[in-house]
Write a protein that binds this ligand. Structure first.
Ligand code: AMP
Length: 220
């Protein structure tokens, strides 16, 4: 059983790297942001509670976040372990997490703020199937349309310059101290997130003594 936390500023590739790691190692990828976005999209009661905060890129209250994480982990659909992404984001959440779960390591994707701005403001999402695009690194074949399902590509409501500035400030004020707390427990492996996604994934696996990543064969 392997249990990891993946941390890094917005746009550092947490979602992509978690998915690559989870794939062949049979880990469950738990993204707290995705859980909230699902509730907003499906108009649930929880969605109504968090809609405004998620759209503005502001943090949801700790009690609510902790109960979502607790409920999600209680599903126990993670026989081989999990990679949790987007949590913990402040000291209180980190203390809650460490009291309840033991973890094998923290993957810290390190990316300078300038590069974060460049990447995040180019990010697009399919409004139908949720596939991620990036106008710099992963352009759709037809502008504004998803390659997989043809859905319309949209910008996440929290990927605007104002919301991004707020999220970066929150990250440095509240989440940097979490890294410090984990570092004191020697859990943290910092990886340079500026490289391409395969290189970053290999670096994570080398640092944690995991089987090497085998990228799928090119299709064209
Ligand atoms: P993310 O996709 O991780 O950037 O999360 C999207 C949004 O969900 C954030 O801007 C917050 O509104 C909310 N959120 C996700 N994780 C947390 C967390 N650990 N604490 C508070 N709010 C969170």
């Amino acid at each position: 059983m392997r249990k990891y936390v993946i941390m890094g500023v917005q746009g550092s590739g947490k979602g992509t790297q978690s998915a690559l790691l989870a794939g062949d190692l049979d880990l469950t990828h738990i993204s707290v942001g995705d859980i909230f976005r699902w509730h907003v999209k499906n108009h649930t009661k929880l969605g109504a509670q968090v809609r405004r905060l998620v759209a503005a890129g502001e943090l949801v209250g700790d009690d609510l976040v902790e109960s979502v994480v607790r409920d999600r982990l209680q599903l126990h659909d993670w026989n081989f372990g999990f990679v949790i992404d987007g949590f913990p984001r402040n000291r209180r959440q980190a203390e809650f997490f460490l009291e309840s779960y033991d973890i094998d390591g923290v993957i810290h994707l390190d990316l300078p703020d300038d590069e974060v701005r460049r990447r995040v403001l180019a990010r697009r999402l399919c409004s139908r199937c949720g596939m991620d695009y990036n106008l710099i690194a992963h352009r759709p074949e037809v502008e504004g349309r998803c390659d997989v399902c043809g859905g319309e590509l949209v910008t996440r409501a929290d990927d605007t310059p104002d919301a991004l500035a707020r999220r970066l400030r929150d990250y440095h004020d509240k989440t940097d101290p979490v890294l410090e707390l984990f570092r004191r427990k020697e859990y943290v492996m910092t990886v340079d997130a500026r490289a391409d996604k395969t290189t970053v994934q290999q670096a994570i696996r080398t640092r944690f003594n995991l089987p090497p990543y085998e990228p799928p064969p090119a299709t064209d």
